[in-house]
Design a protein around this ligand. Sequence first.
Ligand code: SF4
Length: 432
Amino acid sequence: MSGVSVVSMPQTGTVGRPAGDKVLRERGQREVFCGLTSIVWLHRKVQDAFFLVVGSRTCAHLVQSAAGVMIFAEPRFGTAIIDERDLAGLADANTELDRVVTRLLERRPDIKLLFLVGSCPSEVIKLDLSRAAQRLSTQFMPRVRVLNYSGSGIETTFTQGEDACLAALVPELPAEPAQAAPSLLVVGALADIVEDQLGRLLRQMGIADVRFLPARRAGEMPAVGRHTHMLLAQPFLGDTARALEARGVQRLSAPFPFGVEGTTRWLQAAASAFAVEPSRFEATIAPARERATLALARHRASLAGKRIFFFPDSQLEVPLARFAARELGMELVEVGTPYLHRQHLAEELEMLPADVMLSEGQDVERQLDRCRAARPDLVVCGLGLANPLEAEGMTTKWSIELVFSPIHGFEQAADLAGLLARPLDRRTRLAA
Ligand code: SF4
């Protein structure tokens, strides 16, 4: 499988969306990477965590190749291989796992948080990683906390790996004191540089207590409770948000911080919740907003009027389509997303053009037919579809690159536009 899960469930239908338009809902064969892929960015974020995939050689190969040719003296991810003896039930997989974990933690005193990451093979042999994590946590606490989540490719898409990882962290977060002052929690793994920029703006406008989930170190995970307000930084964190809400955290509704408009409204949601004076808000964000607006103008000139087609892959599709349409003047041919979280995407959906073609789920052959018929200028899609479409003369952008790259916030708005413009520039140069 090499990380691409292909699930076939032929069924196609349409449902109404709040704006009165239709969403094409498809459930057929789909092509997406599995949740293990998210280890690639998560292992860089939490610096004393280790991600131990409990899976096959295929899983090991996927994570290694997705991470690129990175050779670390002390890598922060690895795979405990389930071999034929485990699959045949000839060996006790739990004993083997305990042995691997013990050896790893003896060798690596820097590890403070260990994630056991489930995979398709561990689910097939019904290895109970939740019990294994409890058992190992009891053994290694307080030095190392052991948690588990699933990155399996059955019925998931790759960004759900981050959602599952953060949701596993939530029960472990400390409780805020009963009389705590209001705090703001930004939820979702962001590049450090983006986190610093957004944190600076939020503090400058007067929000004193700004925290991030995940924190950069295991011992610095934020306390949460009824006085915590959360802003989601990523649109794929449904389970994490639900787990936080169960702990009393209040979600602030906002579009996602992509582009000038999305970032402004995302920050505005925080400002409103914390009663920031409009003049102070404006004075804080104006310089960065003006810089971003100027920087975007160059890309708008080359992208306006270009037709863009999103295949469902990262779950960033709806906010990115909103940015492409409203700030770059691009025409949306189809906006496909693996899942449409209507509540978290409510503001985004309101900002899309009323006649936009939205699709949820995938029946890949049908969608490819629609794409071929439309001949868009740019196709945003997974790696598995990009090469065949390029061979047919279409211009593509790998959606996974948009997840790996820092694209949130004012300072990155032009970089995000540049990521969409680059394949078109390259095609134009090749044709010249
Ligand atoms: S978890 Fe499943 S889809 Fe992902 S690499 Fe392993 S076998 Fe393939």
